[in-house]
Design a protein around this ligand. Sequence first.
Ligand SMILES: Cc1cc2nc3c(=O)[nH]c(=O)nc-3n(C[C@H](O)[C@H](O)[C@H](O)COP(=O)(O)OP(=O)(O)OC[C@H]3O[C@@H](n4cnc5c(N)ncnc54)[C@H](O)[C@@H]3O)c2cc1C
Length: 488
Amino acid sequence: MNKIVNNVVILGGGTAGWMTAAALSKVLSNVKVTLVESEQIGTIGVGEATIPTMQFFNGLLDLDSHTFLKHTRGTYKLGIQFENWAAQEHSYFHAFGSTGRSLWAAGFHDFWRKGLELGISDNFSAYNIEAVAAGANRFAQSKNGLNYAFHLDSSLYAKLLRSVAEKQGVTRIEGKVAKVNCDAGTGFISSLLLESGEHVAGDLFVDCSGFKGLLINETLKVPFNDYGQWLKCDRAWAVQTKTSNTPVPYTRSIAHESGWQWRIPLQHRMGNGIVYSSQYMDDDTARERLLSTVEGELITEPRLIGFKTGHREQLWHKNCVAIGLSGGFIEPLESTAIHLIQQGILRLIKLFPSQGIEQLDIDEFNKSGMSDYQQIRDFIVLHYCQTQRDDSDFWRYCKQMEIPESLQERMSLFRKTGRFIVRHEEIFVDSWLQVMIGQGLIPEKYHRIADEMQAHELKAFLDNIVSSHHRQVSALPEHQQYLTRYCQ
Ligand SMILES: Cc1cc2nc3c(=O)[nH]c(=O)nc-3n(C[C@H](O)[C@H](O)[C@H](O)COP(=O)(O)OP(=O)(O)OC[C@H]3O[C@@H](n4cnc5c(N)ncnc54)[C@H](O)[C@@H]3O)c2cc1C
C-alpha cells in the first residue's frame, strides 16, 4: 500500500483522460504519466457546454479564454434558457453570476419578493446582468465584468489537451486493453495488458474509460449508486447541424413531454440533442422529434447514447481513481460533467499519494466526491419536481415522486420562509434562487428587513438596478462581433 507513486497510468483518451493527463503533467513534473486509448473504441464525443469553473482549469494550463475558444471554435455562455419547464410556453433564464444587490442581512430575493407583493417587481432575471446581456446577445470579457463559461467542440478540445499534455511529457499508447492484471495479495491493479501483447505497468491507475468503467467497475467491482428513481432520463440522441444564424451566448434547454432538448451554439455549427426517459418515449419517436425540430442541414448522422444516472460508491478504490463517466454521470441539464471531471482532478492533485496510498486520503477523496454528486443531483431534480406540468405520464411522475430529503428540506425552507442557506462548498449558490423562482417556487414570506424600505424607496432601488444593467449592456459589443475580433 505505501509504495511511492512515481508512475501514473490513465486509461482513456476522452475529455476526462486528456484533462487528467494535461493537469497531472503540468503540476507533477516528476511523476511519469502514460495514457492508453483506443481509436477503435473512440470517445463519447458529446459534452460541449460548461459552467464558469472551467476558467480555473484553463488557468491551470495557462490557456486564456480567447486562445481556448480559437482552438475549440467555441462561444461564450452566460447561462441557460429554460423553455417549457415550469409550464408549457413559459421560459426563464438561469444565468451565471448573482442577481440584484445584497442589502443588509437579507438577500436580494427578499426585497424582490416584497416588490412582487406591491406589484413593482420585474422578472427575477431582469436584475441579473448576465441574463440581460444574454437576452441582448451581447458580450465582452473584462475584469470584474460578466461571469461566463464556454460552449466548445469536444473533439477539438481533446486535440488541444492532447497537444498540451504531450508537450509536457505525457506518453500516449494507442491500443485496446484486453486484460487487467491485479496483485493476488492486495487486489491492486498492477498492469494493463493490451491486445498487442504490450504490458503497461503503473503505481496508480486513473480510470477514464467511459461509462463501462473498465477498471473501477469491471475489474474492481465497485457498486453503483443509482439515481434513476429521481432522474428518469436515460437516453439521448445527438446530432450536429450547420447554422447560418449568429451564435447566442447561452444554451437552450427546451422541455418536451418526456424529457428535454439541448441547443449548443458553436462558431461553426450547432450541437443538438434530445434527452428522454426510455420508460416514457421510444427511440424512434425521440429521433423523429429531434430531427423535426432542429434548424439547418445535418452535418452528422444522429447518434444514440444510453446512460445511467448516479455514481460509483467509491470514486477511489485501492490504487484506482475513477474520473469522468467511469465514476458517474448526472444528465447534462446543467452542464456539470466536465466540472465533475475537473473537481476529481484537482482533488487528486491535492491528495496525490506521493508517499504512498493512504486510506485516509482515499476516504477524503470519496467523501468530497460524493458530496459533489449529491449537490448536483438535488439541483437537477429541482428542475423536474417543481413544475406545473402535468400533460404527460412523465411529468405527472416527476411532480409526485418522493424527492431526496436534502432537497425537500431546502425547498420547504425557501417556500415557507424565503430563507436560502448556503452550505459548505456549494457548487451552485445564486443558481438555486434563480431556478427555484424560475420554476415557480415563490416564497410565502420575505425577511422583515425588507420592510425597512418604503414602497417608493424599494421601487427606486429595483428600477435603478434594471436601468443600470441596461445601460451597461448596451455599451457591450454583440457576441458575434466579440468572437470575430478575438476568438476566430
Ligand atoms: C448525452 C450527453 C450529453 C452531454 N453533455 C455534456 C455537456 O453539455 N457538458 C458536460 O460537461 N458534459 C456533458 N456530457 C458528459 C461528457 O460527454 C463526458 O463527461 C466527457 O465527454 C468525458 O467522457 P469520458 O472521457 O469519461 O469518456 P469517453 O469519452 O467515453 O472516453 C473513454 C475513453 O476510454 C477509452 N477506452 C475504453 N475502453 C478501452 C479499452 N478497453 N482499451 C483502451 N481504451 C479504452 C476510449 O477509447 C476513450 O478514449 C454529456 C454526456 C452525455 C451522455
